[in-house]
Design a protein around this ligand. Structure first.
Ligand code: UDX
Length: 463
């Protein structure tokens, strides 16, 4: 079996490498010649754990190749995956299908045998039919089927998500196409992965509904977190208690600064638009979009408040700027909203992120960049954790406190435990939990214990 993958972005590259790992002959095509040259040289343009190894292994085995010429990729291909970008259209929030339509037209011109055209990009309901119409129009004699096979990959765990998915959704309308898709997914079928075999529109809508539901879950817990703060409850425990109900589930109930990334913001907006277009508004998701947009601004306010009455001239350290950990992706990251608001209020912002700084330099002007997590903390009036990278979970808190001008932490990812932070001497604000102040009594006790163990009298110590 041979497949062509159009688009070497996130979905295209991960899917191409993973299908090659299944033993399939894969040729990835992209218009960007420099990107193709870099990929041929083994350079991976995105940050995804394990992807470099997978690409190198399959290139060495001659199962994975790269070209900028679609005709070359299409030679002998049984399947062509469309994995090009579908950005949000400025203004109305709909998905911009320019690249999808262009790919369909080019495929139509280069097809020479029965081909299954698969949409992997998240495309609005009805796109599959549009692709079929474009192909038929350009190449009336073409033998083909269109299949919708949406991708549910998460950045940072994309390979695991591809190799051990919760399910695979296939929207196809002929037995011939279904047989080709079964051949493509043989290893997963053998491994017992559940498959949802359905029509094209249903598959297209499944992807939007899944993403919108997850976005809703996050937004729900974020609003519950606000309420927790007002009534003195703890959102982590609320989420744990809710999540143990098998009908609800714990994942995606982590309160934070609002969802970002390349999918949720764009897909929720596109679903809202589709609903309105078809006279069936998805009002819950309309609210999710609005609440999530407002949330990032609110979070900036929270950081400024922790800095004291006036942020002008204050130094704020920000740890983490990517939309989530284990990625260098800055799309729709909360940091892009929050940091400019801190600067507008007159603060100087010092930043460290393990992978996002190269991208961040183009997007966040007038920020002072640092090479490690402690750099931004020197003389800082407040430190804000915006992304829960693992390396921020194990900071040397004594060192953090001694570096800072004031030991104030705003933890928008609930990385630390409030009681432990108070004991460590921090004024600590998190999401959906009580703010805590430095616990002077505990610090004095700890210091006394230390002095006693060194032979000094406890009551001689005044902190
Ligand atoms: C998402 C979907 O999970 C994936 O199935 C789909 O194919 C693409 O979109 P991704 O955008 O990579 O994947 O990231 P995800 O891990 O889902 O997180 C999205 C955003 O939600 C991030 O900003 C993250 O920080 C936020 N989030 C996630 C929360 O705030 N709380 C949570 O509990 C979970």
């Amino acid at each position: 079996m041979r497949i062509a993958v159009v688009g070497t972005g996130y979905v295209g590259l991960v899917s191409g490498a993973c299908f090659a790992e299944f033993g399939i002959d894969v040729c990835c095509v992209d218009k960007d010649e420099t990107k193709i040259q870099r990929l041929r040289g083994g350079e991976i343009p995105i940050y995804e754990p394990g992807l470099d190894v997978l690409v190198a292994r399959n290139m060495a085995a001659d199962r994975l190749s790269f070209t900028s010429d679609l005709a070359v990729a299409m030679e002998g291909a049984d399947v062509v995956l469309i994995a090009v970008g579908t950005p949000s259209r400025p203004g109305d929030g709909g998905a911009d299908l320019t690249y999808v339509h262009a790919a369909a037209a080019e495929i139509a011109r280069t097809m020479s045998r029965y081909t299954v055209i698969v949409t992997k990009s998240t495309v609005p309901v009805g796109t599959g039919r549009q692709i079929a119409a474009i192909v038929r129009d350009i190449n009336p004699r073409a033998e083909f089927d269109v299949v919708s096979n949406p991708e549910f990959l998460r950045e940072g765990s994309a390979i695991g998500d591809f190799m051990q998915p919760d399910r695979v959704v296939i929207g196809a309308e002929s037995d011939r196409a279904r047989a080709v898709m079964d051949a493509l997914y043989q290893p997963l079928i053998r491994a017992g992965t559940p498959f949802v075999r359905t029509g094209i529109e249903t598959a297209e809508l499944t992807k939007y509904s899944a993403n919108a539901f997850l976005a809703f879950k996050i937004t729900f817990i974020n609003e519950v977190a606000d309420l927790c703060e007002r009534v003195g409850a703890d959102v982590q425990d609320v989420a744990a208690g809710m999540g143990m109900d098998g009908r609800i589930g714990r994942p995606f109930l982590n309160a934070g600064p609002g969802f970002g990334g390349s999918c949720f913001p764009k897909d929720t907006e596109a679903l809202v638009r589709t609903g309105r277009q078809h006279g069936a508004p998805v009002r819950l998701i309309e609210t999710v979009v609005d609440v999530n947009r407002a949330r990032k601004r609110l979070m900036a306010g929270r950081i400024l408040q922790a800095c004291g009455p006036d942020a002008a001239g204050k130094r704020i350290a920000v740890l983490g700027i990517t939309f989530k950990p284990d990625t260098n992706d800055m799309r729709e990251a909360a940091s892009l909203e929050i940091i400019p608001l801190l600067q507008e209020a007159g603060a100087t912002v010092h930043v460290y992120d393990p992978a996002g700084m190269e991208e961040g330099r183009h997007l966040l002007p007038d920020v002072v960049w640092h090479d490690d997590a402690y750099g931004p903390l020197a003389e800082a009036d407040c430190v804000a954790i915006l992304t829960e990278w693992n390396e921020f979970r194990a900071l040397d808190l004594g060192r953090v406190r001694s570096l800072m001008h004031r030991p104030v932490m705003v933890d928008l990812r609930n990385v630390y435990a409030p009681a432990a932070m108070a004991a460590a001497g921090f004024h600590y604000c998190s999401v959906g939990r009580r703010d805590v102040r430095p616990d002077a009594a505990k610090r004095r006790k700890a210091a006394e214990a230390m002095l006693l163990s060194n032979g000094f009298a406890g009551d001689a110590c005044v902190l």
